[in-house]
Design a protein around this ligand. Sequence first.
Ligand SMILES: C[S@@+](CC[C@H](N)C(=O)[O-])C[C@H]1O[C@@H](n2cnc3c(N)ncnc32)[C@H](O)[C@@H]1O
Length: 248
Amino acid sequence: MEKGYWEKIAPSYETEIFDVLKNDTSGKIVKSILSFAGPKKSVIDIGCAVGKWMPVLAPVFGKVQAIDISNNNLKIAAKKYPHYTNITYERVDMSAASIKIKKYDSAICINAILTSSLKKRNLFFKHMASYIKKGGDLVLVVPSLESKLFSHIIANKYNVDDAKKDKAPTGKRAISQIRFIKDGVTDIDDVPTKHFLKEELELLLTLAGFTVEKIEKINYKWSTEFHKPPSWLKNPQPWDWMVKAKKK
Ligand SMILES: C[S@@+](CC[C@H](N)C(=O)[O-])C[C@H]1O[C@@H](n2cnc3c(N)ncnc32)[C@H](O)[C@@H]1O
């Protein structure tokens, strides 16, 4: 999922892209954000897209910096929330070799570290850490590799959505899928997307200079994975990982 993809999808973003805020019916992400919010605090939303989190952030933080790689997404976000005067929008590529860094009291980054490129992810983590002041807070949400594999196992075992009719990839596509899965990269809507293990996240964030305070599942309905989930399929539900961490 690179810049071109996000620019192209921007006009149909609302229907095409999974809405984490809407689907987190537990409210755990909002609760975690509110735990460090304040009128004198600043927050940066990294990978803000069309600004879904602005109505959560703008009323409770003094200053909100909203950044994204996609100009089109940023334009849509700015148009949607003209009444929030404490938001600044800026185009930033978090995977660029170097970026201009200002420091913020806190950051959120919700399903934005998705690139299949290890080099780009390394830069993304490095810049994310640089944006946050010492002692500052981070809420990070990423796709879970455990959840993705669990869904595949359920689909194959119980032939959910006629999974048994899916044709196995062959040739170059098969080779690239095997290489990718070893790195936790698997398709979402036919786009190779990085998924993370819990232990991997803990290590990556520790090495990036954070103290991990908690890692929790954000559970979603099975209908977010399958067109026709079997009626007996209840728990465990599919999930993303949410990390709350503090910058050392
Ligand atoms: C799935 S959307 C999530 C948007 C938003 N955080 C939300 O929860 O609604 C991922 C966003 O990350 C942005 N993104 C991806 N790679 C990026 C990068 N290298 N630098 C900045 N933004 C990036 C995309 O443009 C896209 O808007």
